[in-house]
Design a binder for this molecule. Structure first.
Ligand code: IPE
Ligand code: IPE
Ligand code: MG
Length: 238
């Protein structure tokens, strides 16, 4: 008897290689980011077709603040345009939005656009896929922020140190209701986690694609889902 194909409920993606894509073409790095933005819809279409319920995109890391101001400004102005104009078709496909990170550090305009998208989220019964954008996100910062939140709750007398278990800790993360990523994909040939979802990826499967993010196609994403489907997850058991 054939077992049902294993589909990840949550796919998280480190979209890497925009700068190298642009360099190869003697274009400014921002041209790579612009080309990369167009690939997101291909990923979403692949995931919607496959029945993936959550997609997290690593859009801007806490360490990316160390890039030149010009690149950062261009990225956020592109993101603003994207949130304003490009995501409308996603909504029609049943996509809802969430954001993870120290988003209070983002430009006010960007924060306003994000809040608007969340406000317009479809009711749960109409949600086909949740798109989570990690912005000004660092896995270590998320863990530190959770520890702070729990310490504050102890200080307020709302909990005690011995009540802090894994479930309580998870509850203090940015998006406690989102299940852990089953599959983490990184593009561009780099094989590292770069401070992404450190707590949540404890038992994720990793797929590394050599393709630069702006060159990725639905075929690459389907190949990653195929590779995931063939993996045997053991979670420490035999
Ligand atoms: C990923 O592409 C996008 C962001 C980090 C914002 P990069 O900009 O890191 O591209 P490379 O790694 O320099 O090629
Ligand atoms: C990780 O890519 C962050 C994002 C994709 C947003 P980076 O390009 O910043 O990671 P490193 O510096 O190569 O580790
Ligand atoms: Mg990079």
């Amino acid at each position: 008897m054939n077992e049902a194909r294993q589909i990840p409920a949550h796919v998280a993606v480190i979209m890497d290689g925009n700068g190298r894509w642009a360099n190869k073409r003697h274009l400014p790095r921002t041209a790579g980011h612009r080309a990369g933005a167009k690939v997101v819809e291909k990923l979403l279409d692949t995931c919607l077709t496959a029945g993936v319920r959550y997609v997290t995109l690593f859009c801007f890391s806490s360490e990316n603040w160390n890039r030149p101001a010009d690149e950062i400004n261009a990225l956020f102005s592109m993101l603003d345009d994207y949130l304003q104009r490009e995501v409308a078709p996603f909504r029609q496909k049943g996509v809802n939005f969430s954001f993870a990170g120290r988003t209070q550090a983002l430009p006010e305009k960007t924060q306003g656009l994000m809040a608007g998208l969340v406000r317009d989220n479809l009711p749960p019964e109409r949600e086909k896929l949740r798109l989570i954008m990690a912005l000004s996100y660092g896995g270590r910062e998320e863990i530190v922020d959770a520890a702070r939140r729990l310490a504050q709750r102890v200080q307020n007398g709302e909990t005690t140190p011995d009540q802090i278990d894994e479930a309580a800790f998870r509850g203090a993360l940015y998006l406690p209701d989102v299940p852990d990523p089953d599959l983490v994909i990184r593009t561009s040939g780099e094989k590292r986690i770069s401070n992404f979802l450190l707590w949540q990826s404890a038992y994720s499967e990793f797929v590394f694609l050599d393709t630069l993010w702006p060159d990725c196609t639905e075929r690459d994403f389907r190949a990653a889902l195929d590779e995931y489907a063939a993996r045997h997850r053991r979670f420490g058991k035999v």
